[in-house]
Design a protein around this ligand. Sequence first.
Ligand code: IPE
Ligand code: IPE
Ligand code: MG
Length: 246
Amino acid sequence: MSSHADKLPRHIAIIMDGNGRWARQRLLPRFAGHQSGMESVRQVVKKCIEDGIEALTLFAFSSENWRRPAEEVGLLMKLFMTALDREVKKLHKNGVRLRVVGDLAAFPEELQQRIVNAEALTRDNERLALNIAANYGGRWDIVQACQQLALRVKLGSLQVEEINSDLLAAALSLADLPEPDLFIRTGGEERISNFLLWQLAYTELYFTKELWPEFNGESLQRAVASYSQRQRRFGRTSEQVEEAAG
Ligand code: IPE
Ligand code: IPE
Ligand code: MG
């Protein structure tokens, strides 16, 4: 393994934040920021495909975002629907496997159906794994994983003593993908906001003041360049890491 993360990140996870502030700066309703943020999504997906990134996970709606005004939540649901309708064919054509992770039962039936259809259509694509985290929370993910393990104990197929971190990790959303190498948050806040809590344990964190609707392929390039300068030590010393790299 190389001492510096000079290879590209395999998996990038992004908190797309700052839509509301972008709109407010332009005296527009908050929703205009969400709409405009869709273009940033397109550009970032395109850039990941071009660069050969394996997986991209985008935080679209947190389990706490239900606390927002009903009108904004309703408009966001509508935006998801139109985005699925408009983008899925193109994603499929470009070899993208789309997955939506989170507690989807809380979404309108119609939206759930579209998600199922989009996932079924794109499931065999191998170019980019695009994951949309919707009604997702890192704590929810860990709890649902625990429930799966508890059920197996109850059914007798698993012993309590056999539970370890590999087994728990395997029950989380996105268990089949490498954990994120690079985490990006736009909008200037420096917090995780209940995104992938377990999976971010050793992820390189990158915060930018750019608001999500301003973020584009070049912005992603800058984040990746920052990542490539870093030495990932995973608890070891620099000397050990450098020696292992030869
Ligand atoms: C992120 O932008 C999008 C969602 C949470 C859906 P915000 O809507 O949080 O934008 P700010 O933080 O208010 O600027
Ligand atoms: C995090 O952004 C969730 C998404 C981007 C979907 P928020 O804007 O909701 O986060 P907080 O509330 O500022 O922590
Ligand atoms: Mg925000």
